[in-house]
Design a protein around this ligand. Structure first.
Ligand code: GRF
Length: 205
């Protein structure tokens, strides 16, 4: 069983999607700990409702050191950044090379990088007038949203979309589908890196 730690900063809808897939028996993972930089993150309430250990790491000068020790203490084999808004230190990324995944609410390389997070991503997408957007699960490296892509899911943009309606559809139809699906593939040992790209080992029936 894959033991994971989930990093959160906000509402935790992606965390909830993981919890629901585990509870339905579709995802062979155990959430050892949910860690947040935000003591008021509703994601922490979601974790507590399911008796999952939680820890808040204050964003101060010792943040990265405290976060690293909280991760190591959790025994997690995989770190899942699910709506997490802080940049991870190169020490953490080095320690957990290809063991940290992130969910981003666009089809990388569009609308990603510094300053592209949460609702801002959808505001920029609508400003540009794109017709297809979506979400991406990728491994975290030292860059911002630049690590190897594991899975993506497209979502159509409607002419009457607002940033809020688009974000809701991307979260429901893309993020909350491909994040648990990616964890399932990793838990099954089917994700590997070749020439810097993430690849999926297909099951031959
Ligand atoms: C989502 O749009 C996610 O893509 C982004 O943070 C937002 C909030 O996620 N990373 P959650 O509801 O806290 O899981």
């Amino acid at each position: 069983m894959l033991q994971i730690a989930v990093l959160v900063s906000g509402g935790g809808t992606n965390l909830q999607a993981i919890i629901d897939k585990i509870n339905s028996g579709e995802l062979d993972c155990k959430i050892n700990r949910v860690i947040s930089d935000n003591k008021d993150a509703y994601a922490l309430e979601r974790a507590k409702k399911h008796n999952i250990d939680t820890k808040v790491i204050e964003f101060n000068k010792d943040f990265n050191e405290n976060l690293l020790s909280a991760l190591e203490e959790s025994g997690a084999e995989l770190i899942v950044a699910a709506g997490f808004l802080k940049v991870l230190s190169s020490e953490i990324i080095h320690r957990y090379r290809h063991k940290i995944v992130n969910i981003h609410p666009s089809l990388i390389p569009s609308f990603c990088g510094k300053g592209f997070y949460g609702i801002k991503v959808h505001e920029k997408a609508l400003e540009r007038g794109i017709k297809i957007t979506g979400a991406t699960v990728h491994f975290v490296d030292e860059g911002t949203d630049t690590g190897p892509i594991i899975m993506q899911q497209a979502v159509s943009v409607m002419d009457d979309d607002t940033p809020q309606s688009l974000q809701k559809r991307v979260m429901e139809e893309a993020e909350q589908v491909i994040l648990p699906d990616s964890l399932k593939l990793i838990a099954e040992g089917r994700v590997y890196i070749e020439n810097g790209k993430a690849k999926i080992r297909r099951i031959i029936v």
